[in-house]
Design a protein around this ligand. Sequence first.
Ligand code: SAH
Ligand code: SF4
Length: 342
Amino acid sequence: MIKSVKNLDYEEMQEWAVSKGLKPFVGRQIFEWIYQKGIHSTNDMHNISKNVQDILDEEGSLVLLDLETQEISNDDDSEKFLFKCKDGYAIETVLLHSGHHYTLCVSSEIGCAMGCTFCKTGDMGLKRKLTSGEIVEQVILAKRISDKTISNIVFMGMGEPFNNYAEVIKAARIINHEKGLNIGARHITVSTSGIVPYIREFAHLPFQFKLAISLNSANNSKRSELMPINRRYPLDDLLSAAKYYTIVTNKLVTFGYVLLKGVNDTAKDAHELIEKLSSIPSKLNVIPYNETDGRFERPSEKDIHRFLTNLENVPFAVTLRFSGGRGIKAACGQLYHEVMNS
Ligand code: SAH
Ligand code: SF4
């Protein structure tokens, strides 16, 4: 792991200060410089003595990512950033504009080990997990580069957040911390393909982060075909963990459903969804498939409408979502980058 105090949370930063013979408040000051003021050069930390600046400089870089490219979509104002990590790997971060809000979609890993058949990131395999510092820095840099106020964070970029649980939760805490980026916990959503033990653990966190589950089929064998993780944690176990989350937290769970033409868009698929989800306090986001490499097809407007008609008057909210950034290959499932080892 690349050495940096950027991988420390608020408490660890104070412990770090003490370990260097400094007072805990120095750790708090540094934390505020980095996150509240967005400063990444020790020289600019005006209330920090030269001695402390030197100690900090010896601790490794305060810059973990460099901007490689920035693309802005003509059709919907979304922006895609390609950041390069210090070991040469590239990650993608997408800023989405919805109404008056900006939502940042962050990556949690370089590639993904889950191998979902419809997802371009899955094709990459897992290169490595990101550190909490690298996750949080996506937010800091996207804010600085775009000059936009980011009000929501979704862990829906590259990677499976629950395959990198500890770093993802640490990052979410720094993003949420009032001395950190101060984004409300209810505005931070973690999306998982269904790693059941961590769904249960997530339910008990003393923070109000939200949970999304990429469901994509309410039929066990079909889901196993689409998402290999379903062979390890079958549908019924996943749904009982989802229900457990809603009971423990008293919150809704959001299910994502990528609509694939002729695969999971039939009336039978809709009825299986109704059967499985009706007893779970939930919302369903239907996302028409963004075409990647021709393995699947995007349903027509008529097919989408027909599918939604089957889901009228169900006891959970159904929303049709068009993911932003298709023109710049920044939409759900299109995040992919060849390894860039420089
Ligand atoms: N690994 C986590 C977080 C990534 S979220 C997860 O799977 O939940 C990426 C989201 O994009 C997932 O909900 C996934 O189902 C969706 N997705 C993947 N490929 C897609 C595609 N080609 N078109 C539309 N959505 C896609
Ligand atoms: Fe990984 Fe999520 Fe893509 Fe599946 S959908 S391969 S879990 S990023």
